[in-house]
Ligand binder design. Structure first.
Ligand code: KIV
Length: 272
């Protein structure tokens, strides 16, 4: 049974605010390529995030830091071709927006112009407010990202839950307010206590989408490869696996190898 309250032909940044106001939870998932984005879009996911997690999932890097702006644009372009309903949000990669607001604007413009994405996402609060404002002034919708921000992993040192201590929680709350005031259309909260995430979601009018942030927020996001069980070494508590695709794919491919070796494939019906 569908739990959507209103049918959207194309989800926009406005629709997301409307969903929050109507109490409809927002679904968001990553995709990095055309084939996966087609499936995600057909399943009525509201927002497709072309995440810089492509650096881990697609390229096998240990962190999200190495992925380049050109590579993000390549992934985003493929996703945009597939998405007919979902809003497509594209991560601006590490090193393309932090230090220099002009560069931030240039990066955001390149993403919008070259990929056709509908919005960009950046990690951080007050430290990057000048960059965020500049991008917003150009008419580009910006999604914020607070809590565990993987582009700062070498500052944190680990991927453990963030903002458990008072000082960090207070900073996160004031950053969330700031992002709302600047004009961000939504906010991702990653790996923070559920109580804090709910408090933030209730204190801002923009949608708050959580990953490892409990059920009291306005929507949820996961990396699609994790949800499908393709990345079987990654087992955080917040992850719900809906399939074990790694094992199923490995078994299917092993069967193919066996059939080729035994000359069972191709048979007469599979030949011309
Ligand atoms: O890059 C990504 O996939 C993300 C999500 C985990 C929110 O930023």
């Amino acid at each position: 049974m569908s739990v959507a309250k209103k049918r959207y032909k194309r989800v926009t940044v406005k629709s997301l605010v409307e969903m929050k106001q109507n109490g409809e939870k927002i679904s968001m998932l990553t995709a990095y390529d055309y084939s996966m984005a087609k499936i995600v879009d057909a399943a009525n996911v509201d927002v497709i995030l072309v995440g810089d997690s492509a650096s881990n999932v697609m390229a096998g890097h240990e962190t999200t830091l190495p992925i380049t702006l050109d590579q993000m644009i390549y992934h985003a372009t493929s996703v945009v071709r597939a998405a007919t309903r979902a809003l497509v949000v594209v991560d601006i990669p590490f090193g393309s927006y932090q230090g220099d607001s002009k560069e931030a604007l240039r990066s955001a413009i390149r993403i919008m112009k070259e990929s056709g994405g509908h919005a960009v996402k950046v990690e951080g609060g007050s430290e990057i407010q000048v960059s965020i404002s500049r991008i917003l002034e150009a008419g580009i919708p910006v999604m914020g990202h607070l809590g565990l921000t993987p582009q700062s992993i070498y500052k944190f040192g680990t991927y453990t839950v963030r903002a458990k201590e008072e000082e960090e929680a207070e900073k996160l709350k004031s950053d969330a307010k700031l992002l709302e005031e600047l004009g961000c259309f939504a906010l991702v909260l990653e790996k923070i206590p559920a109580k804090l995430a709910q408090e933030v979601a209730e204190s801002v009018s923009i949608p708050v989408i959580g990953i490892g942030a409990g059920g009291g927020v306005d929507g949820q996001v996961l990396v699609v490869h994790d949800l499908l069980g393709m990345t079987h070494e990654f087992n955080p508590r917040f992850l719900r696996r809906y399939m074990n695709l790694y094992d199923e794919m490995e078994s299917a491919i092993s069967n193919y190898v066996k059939d080729v070796k035994s000359k069972d494939f191709p048979n007469d019906e599979e030949s011309y």
